[in-house]
Design a protein around this ligand. Sequence first.
Ligand code: MN
Ligand code: MN
Length: 495
Amino acid sequence: MSTIPPKTLNPRSKTANHSASVAKKAASKKNSPPKDKAPEDYRPTIWENMTPSQKTEVESLAQEYRQFLTEAKTERTTLAKVLSWAKDAGLTDLAKSGPAPGGGYLVHHGKLLGLAIPGAKNDEGFNLIVTHGDAPRLDLKPRCLYESGGLGFFKSNLYGGLKKFQWLARPLAMWGFCVLKDGREVTFRYGEDENDPVLTITDLLPHLDSRVQRDKKLVDAFPAERLNALLASRPFGQPNDKNRLKKTVTDFLLSRWGLTEDDLISSEIELVPAGPAKEVGLDASLIGGYGQDDRLSTFVAAKAILEVKKPAKPLLLIVFDREEIGSYGSTGAETNFITRLAAAALTKTAKGTDWLTMTETLAKSQAISADVEAAFDPTFKEVHDELNAARLGYGPCLTRYTGGAGKYGASEARAEYMAKIRRVFDEAQIAWQSSLLGKQEYGGGGTVALSLAYHGVSVVDCGAPLLSMHSPFEIASKADLWMAKKALKAFLSNA
Ligand code: MN
Ligand code: MN
């Protein structure tokens, strides 16, 4: 646990935090601070205890992860990636009849995915991981195209909790999924290839911003209705024509993708930060990129579940949509998808799926709500309770409860369940930390843990810490990515 200094741990306790034993080992290493000079609360990061071969493993996982982040920036593309890995691993469609000895998948509405791996025992519930594939972004409004001042624009609509000013004056890409009236589907991305033009939202120059932005509260300085993406400046047609900039855009949409302006009404077009995920730092120890909340967890959970061979308990992974807006909607966690997935998995076993079996199996199940945690940011110390803050490089965080002040809206993990997960992690030599989101009365957050708790599932939040969460460029540690995968694998195999 990152936030408890080693001196407060009982070294004789079997469940003493792994970090404590790691601390001792590291203190004797050459490249660690000398024992007599290390501060009392010195704890080594994961990096300090890594063997050369583990370091190679970390780098190759990080490289694969960066590619995933670059290629999966929407909930649909995230689902498609995970689904392709599942199919490669031999999983088959659970919606079809017949056995699925190697496990199966269930897709709902192209945006919600479940994986199921059979286990040896079916009486003790599932070991289940849930993540989410959606991220804060700007959607296009159904009627979005307009021209003004000789320029063409798309009007956007906020999706999720983003800081609006972070989206101005930066390259944006457009990822689209459009369905025409005749049912044809058009999928595109624009602004991601090296030679693609990008879109952008303009900001006001500092010379003129005093009344409109600078003298206002942050929340008022950037109204959502001003987040309009710049599309075109070259007029279409003849000088006497009307709406020449709009026509420039409609002509492009039609010739490039066969879309009319009305087709945008039945489209999901998302504006996301353009460009690839990058290594960050002079030491390249970090990964920067959009949508790591919660594609980091989705990536490691999918890799973990597909690597577990012959688990004792049956395993489930669900990648939810709509977490960032409260989990409502037919592809969110506030649906009966978990019951459907569990039933689909159980029908392939001798247990069957009568009501009692179903509800009891779920109530016995154990879950990790794999979602990222806010990392301690030394630049904004005042929002963190330093004793309970997550640190980059110390492994995935077990977050017993989220919610706002007074634990309002929190799904809190029971002491017994916390003890079990600690034990499982420690026995598997996982470096992990105990954390809370921030100080009380400074805000708050939530995860899909609540929706699982509804079924009586034991659930705790666990994920890697991130800096700049919900920004267009979120920061994670390569070491935490690697350790988060190991942690989830240990949970699936041994909990
Ligand atoms: Mn999240
Ligand atoms: Mn989030």
